[in-house]
Ligand binder design. Structure first.
Ligand SMILES: Cc1ncc(C[n+]2csc(CCOP(=O)(O)OP(=O)(O)O)c2C)c(N)n1
Ligand SMILES: [Mg+2]
Length: 545
């Protein structure tokens, strides 16, 4: 016989789980006790949302689900935003929540919420564990579902009586590698024909191109075919190396400089584009033909409806496609001229000495202190567009941004997870003064875990992105400003270091000093968002036609 919670923890060990993030409640105490006796580390956070952002980022960066744990009702409900983050962002994650006993109840309906029903639309699977004997199969199935393409979150609810009850010792189900089918030869032939007939083919790396297991295969495909490429925001970095074929990032849906290349293309080979992202370009009757390459068929949207599909394991399918087209493509030399023009535009004002700093200068200075494999994790705000457009990436998953749920509050927790997984690399969280304050309490967790992490706060004392949209829509400037704490003192009160940048030339040295100091370090930089209107509205408006 074995206790339900012991069986659960053994099943998690069987999946290779090393850490669980969360805030336990009294309904989880049997599980906590089982964890104490196991090799799995319990990392308590200061809000359940942050625990789940961390677990989701573990899934994003490793392909293996991160695991988080909460109590029933209030704790479980605090997971919802991060569940949706993982669901839209295709990040494998397992959420374990507690529940009152189901066999008998001594507390009536106290704290009881129908968590399964709440979670169903924002998970791939949500199940209650109703018997100890079902734990090994349910846990194995949960991991299978979470990891399988398209990856995402799974919820398992463990009632406290099932956790505490002795059950028959049931064997665990050993996991095994799953090789998924490659695309059908007919689909590959059709795509090859379209690409060979194209005069100006272009490749687009989408969100799914950043799956950890795809990095090498995709870069190899570009090396072999020499196709010029651009990427969506979440596809950034998917194609490695100091390639001279990178045309830019489609951070906006139209009119940006990169759209000159997109509009010129006659065939776009879209690798693992996921239409959860804000559209990288808008398909219309006159635009390029699109070939979708993905683990699954493409969703059909008003602005995205591919003309051909290559469905199957993307890496090996691309190798088969390269066999058919390598050395035979018509590559337009004009594209490379355009490339120089596009990248030149992005360098505009990158070193301007204005204070408060322009977003372009901030992106430029951040790049200068980050090694190629350094990881920048963005929260959500106006600067995300600037980083997506202007920050060059050379290694997969080195700019973590969320262009799917696009939630505020994920920047710091996702950077913390990156720092835990890659202690040898520089990791920087970038957040606005709005988004930072949505999960700033996790500075305590980061300090406690002795992470090496720098947090850059862009201070405009406002919800800048919404203020920008308000101006674009010709509404008066009203209602979106706030005051801030003294961020340096705030950091110090957590035992972290703090620095404020007070000149245009002060940012890069402040970041460098913060990285050299080690531990958790916060850098505050005032930002001047006047460039939002000047570039993203006025300058790009002139690009029409
Ligand atoms: C959880 C959440 N709430 C609200 C929004 C809508 N929203 C998007 S950006 C933004 C303002 C962000 O402000 P800040 O973090 O200070 O960044 P800034 O744009 O000022 O640089 C808001 C309110 C959101 N995306 N997520
Ligand atoms: Mg702000």
């Amino acid at each position: 016989m074995i206790k339900g919670s012991d069986l659960l923890v053994r099943a998690l060990e069987n999946e290779g789980v090393e850490r669980i993030f969360g805030v336990p409640g009294e309904e989880n105490l049997d599980v906590v006790e089982s964890l104490r006796k196991s090799k799995i580390e319990l990392v308590v956070t200061r809000h359940e949302q942050a625990a789940a952002f961390m677990a989701a980022t573990h899934g994003r960066l490793t392909g293996r689900p991160g695991v988080c744990i909460t109590t029933l009702g209030p704790g479980a409900l605090n997971l919802t935003t991060a569940a949706a983050y993982a669901h839209l962002g295709a990040m494998p994650m397992i959420m374990l929540t507690g529940q009152k006993g189901i066999l008998f109840s001594r507390q009536a309906r106290f704290q009881i919420v129908d968590t399964i029903s709440v979670m169903r639309p924002i998970t791939k699977m949500a199940r209650q564990i109703v018997s100890g004997a079902s734990i090994p199969t349910l846990v194995r199935d949960a991991f299978r579902v979470a990891m399988e393409e398209r990856p995402g979150p799974v919820l398992l609810e463990l009632p406290e009586d099932i956790a505490g009850e002795e059950t028959r010792d049931t064997p665990l189900v050993p996991p095994h590698e799953v090789a998924i089918p490659v695309a059908h030869p007919k689909a590959l032939d059709r795509a090859a024909l379209m690409l060979l007939a194209a005069r100006r083919p272009l490749l687009m790396a989408g969100a799914g191109a950043n799956r950890p297991r795809l990095a090498e295969a995709l870069s190899e495909f570009v090396r072999r075919t020499r196709l010029p490429f651009f990427n969506t925001q979440m596809g950034k970095g998917a194609i490695a190396g100091g390639s001279n074929l990178y045309m830019g990032t489609a951070a906006l849906s139209e009119r940006d400089y990169v759209h000159r290349a997109i509009d010129r293309a006659d065939v776009i080979l879209a690798i693992s584009h996921d239409t959860v992202e804000k559209p990288p370009f808008l398909m219309g009757p006159k635009g390029p033909q699109v070939i979708h390459v993905g683990f699954q068929p493409a969703h059909v949207e008003q602005v995205f409806y591919p003309h051909a599909e290559v469905v199957g394991d993307v890496g090996p399918s691309l190798a088969l496609l390269a066999d058919r087209i390598e050395g035979k493509l018509h590559l337009d030399p004009e594209m490379l001229t355009l490339r120089m023009e596009i990248l030149e535009k992005l360098r505009d004002r990158a070193e301007e000495a204005r204070f408060p700093l322009t977003p372009q200068r901030i992106v430029h200075d951040v790049r200068s202190v980050m090694p190629e494999d350094g990881i920048v994790a963005l929260d959500n705000g106006m600067y995300k567009i600037w980083f997506a457009r202007n920050y060059r990436t050379h290694v997969a998953n080195t700019l973590l941004l969320d262009n799917a749920l696009a939630t505020m509050g994920a920047g710091l927790p996702s950077a913390m997870m990156a720092a835990m997984l890659h202690p040898e690399r520089r990791v920087l969280a970038v957040a606005g003064d709005g988004g930072f304050m949505m999960n700033s309490q996790e500075l305590e967790t980061a300090v406690r875990l002795k992470l090496n992490l720098v947090v850059l706060i862009l201070e405009d004392k406002a919800y800048g992105m919404i203020r920008w949209k308000q101006a674009v829509d010709h509404f008066p400037d009203w209602g979106l400003s706030f005051g801030n704490p003294d961020f340096v003192k705030y950091a110090e009160s957590y035992g972290a270091g703090g620095r404020r940048v007070d000149s245009a030339d002060g940012l890069a040295p402040a970041l460098e000093a913060a990285f050299k100091a080690g531990g958790v370090q916060l850098v505050v930089v005032p930002v001047d968002y006047a460039e939002n209107i000047r570039v993203l509205v006025e300058e790009l408006a002139r690009n029409v036609g």
